[in-house]
Write a protein that binds this ligand. Structure first.
Ligand SMILES: Cc1ncc(C[n+]2csc(CCOP(=O)(O)OP(=O)(O)O)c2C)c(N)n1
Ligand SMILES: [Mg+2]
Length: 279
């Protein structure tokens, strides 16, 4: 059976990213809440993973044992994950409009097994990397060669569990584990540098025994190239530090961190749509 891996042109990838931003905008505006800016931040990262040949998956067989795992540890970016999974073929696109409805499976944070393709219940920050290690060790016991990708936030790195997991992953020589850090320099209440400084971040991950690379987190092709290269690293986990812009694609959201977790009103949404279409 074929996997869903696809390799696209740069134009195709940019078009996918644009459509994902529109989906994020429209579903959060409709819901009247949701983490729009956090979702915009990681659009190109998920585009590279799902649509440019990085993740091996079969959306018609979501629990295929050998599939690569993707865990969105910054689970509040669910308004990005659902349109990605729909586009990847896991479920009907109509589902994305149920975002944040009472009793809907399309919750504001992803719930494991509630929607096909969702590999972990996340939203309580700090846990995804540990879950990823669990998958790595489970795969090892079962003799399966899948890779595990975990998307974490920079604010999330203020959680101590992230560093316990960092230590454990190196200890277990989890070389099929790749973390991607959405380094947009902001968390919920302000700049990372003010709330809980992370720098020197590359040195910290290296000191924990990880192979570290950096990339422009809005260049899908560059992300793809880096992730492909990381698949060759042996003996240690890897982290791709993706420099991103929170709210990427809509200037007035980029300029104002208080948009965290806030949907746009109809007038703002119309302006945002214009910008996304013109980019
Ligand atoms: C354990 C925990 N503490 C606090 C929160 C509330 N919270 C939700 S998102 C967020 C900020 C996360 O910042 P970051 O990881 O940088 O993600 P970004 O939105 O910038 O992508 C916080 C504090 C949470 N979800 N979980
Ligand atoms: Mg952040």
């Amino acid at each position: 059976m074929e996997t869903n891996q696809r390799i696209m042109t740069r134009t195709d990838l940019n078009e996918i990213a644009r459509e994902l931003r529109l989906d994020i905008l429209d579903t959060t505006t409709r819901a009247g809440s949701g983490h729009l800016s956090s979702s915009f931040s990681a659009v190109e990262i998920l585009t590279a993973l799902y649509f440019n040949g990085i993740l091996r998956y079969r959306s018609d067989d979501p629990w295929w044992p050998e599939r690569d795992r993707f865990i969105m540890s910054k689970g509040h970016a669910a308004p990005l994950l659902y349109p990605v999974l729909a586009r990847a073929g896991y479920f009907d696109r109509e589902m994305i409009w149920k975002l944040r409805e009472i009793d809907s499976p399309v919750q504001g944070h992803p719930i494991y097994r509630m929607m096909p393709g969702v590999e972990a219940t996340t939203g309580s920050l700090g846990q995804g990397l540990s879950l990823g290690i669990g998958h790595v060790l489970g795969g090892r016991l079962n003799g399966l060669g899948f890779r595990v990708y975990v998307l974490i936030g920079d604010g999330e790195c203020e959680a101590g569990q992230v560093w316990e997991a960092a230590m454990a992953a190196a200890h277990f020589k989890a070389d099929n584990l790749t973390a991607i850090l959405d380094y947009n320099k902001f968390q919920e209440t302000g700049p990372i540098s003010r709330e809980m400084a992370l720098e020197p971040l590359v040195d910290k991950w290296r000191a924990f025994g990880w192979h570290v690379e950096e990339v422009d987190g809005h260049d899908t092709q560059a992300i793809t190239d880096r992730l492909t290269a990381l698949q060759q690293v042996r003996g240690r986990p890897q982290i791709l530090i993706a420099h991103t812009v929170k709210g990427k694609g809509v200037s007035f959201v980029e300029a104002d961190f208080t948009f965290h977790g806030r949907a746009l009103n109809p007038e703002q949404a119309a302006r945002a749509r214009e910008e996304i279409l013109c980019n």
